[in-house]
Write a protein that binds this ligand. Structure first.
Ligand SMILES: Cc1ncc(C[n+]2csc(CCOP(=O)(O)OP(=O)(O)O)c2C)c(N)n1
Length: 293
């Protein structure tokens, strides 16, 4: 029998995780503003996914990062690195003050993931590399009879890269049920709607045809994300594919679902407005009834 993921670090309530997501979003905005550069929309889109992964699912921590049995996470949509940097700081991989150097001369905290930053598994940013790398890592785990799991985050625009489809085919051929790909399905990419630039739909039936077990979730619903991760592998002998329906720019009204914010820095007025909106959402969650675990 395949070991299902037991939400290993299950310490927080849904409400506590929702609060964390908003705090992460506030920091994403803060450090992008400070750096005067960043992929704001895509980072806000995947914040809840990273929150649940790092606070619930992944068996990784700063003291375990060289442990060969740790879970692996590769952020294939590497441009959304600001969300990852904020989460890794929160997990203690480095002091948050390091993020003040984002995009500054000589800093390792640049606009895409690099292994020079503690907690980053693989250099990414050229799209289409994360899934192939993870297929190799998942094969290695099987050969080494290791029980760690391998996770990657993809973008729907990224699925234009042909390497994904070779990797998808190999993953089912090698029965990689230790591999989980999460799709940040915000339906936008760099220059327009994904369906207009190069349509990747229908994604579920394509991945099913390639031999994957596929689920849809609301990528901003902590409870749904927890449940989905708690059920992988969805089918024994098959890699798992989670289509997380998201909103690019989530949490800041003028950024939501707007191609303009793929890569953009708020001006002073926009910054205050964005932080204000996030603060209001924080207040509203804090005042709401305590969610049961
Ligand atoms: C190989 C490659 N081609 C082009 C780019 C430029 N690029 C950066 S982000 C992006 C769009 C990605 O869209 P998506 O994967 O949907 O990410 P999201 O919208 O979630 O940010 C593109 C084409 C790249 N990084 N790598």
């Amino acid at each position: 029998m395949i070991r299902r993921i037991f939400l290993k670090n299950k310490k927080m309530t849904n409400q506590e995780l929702e609060i964390k997501s908003l705090q992460y979003r506030k920091k994403v905005l803060k450090y992008i503003k400070l750096a005067k550069a960043g992929h704001t929309g895509g980072s806000l889109s995947c914040t809840d996914i990273l929150n649940v992964l790092y606070n619930e699912v992944l068996n990784v921590s700063p003291d375990k990062f060289s442990d060969p049995d740790r879970d692996r996470y590769v952020q294939s949509k590497g441009h959304s690195v600001e969300a990852l940097f904020v989460v890794l700081a929160d997990k203690g991989f480095y002091p948050e003050s390091k993020l003040e150097t984002l995009c500054k001369f000589k800093s390792h905290f640049i606009g895409h993931p690099t292994k020079k930053v503690p907690g980053i598994e693989q250099n990414t940013g050229a799209l289409g590399h994360g899934l192939p790398i993870c297929v190799g890592t998942a094969i290695a785990a099987k050969l080494d009879k290791k029980s760690y799991k391998v996770f990657t985050l993809l973008g729907d625009g990224e699925l234009m890269e042909g390497s994904n489809w070779e990797a998808a085919m190999a993953a089912s051929h090698y029965k990689l049920d230790n591999l989980v790909a999460i799709l940040d399905y915000n339906q936008l990419q760099i220059t327009g709607a994904t369906k207009d630039v190069c349509n990747s739909d229908p994604i579920d039936s394509k991945f099913e045809a390639f031999g994957w077990a596929v689920r849809h979730v609301d990528g901003h619903d902590i409870k749904e994300l927890r449940e989905a991760f708690g059920q992988v592998p969805f089918e024994e002998g098959k890699p798992s594919f989670i289509i997380a329906h998201t909103n690019k720019g989530k949490g800041i009204s003028y950024m939501e679902n707007s191609i303009k914010w793929h890569h953009g820095v708020p001006n002073d007025e926009q910054y205050i407005l964005g932080q204000d909106e996030l603060d209001k959402q924080l207040e509203s969650i804090k005042n709401s009834e305590i969610t049961k675990r």
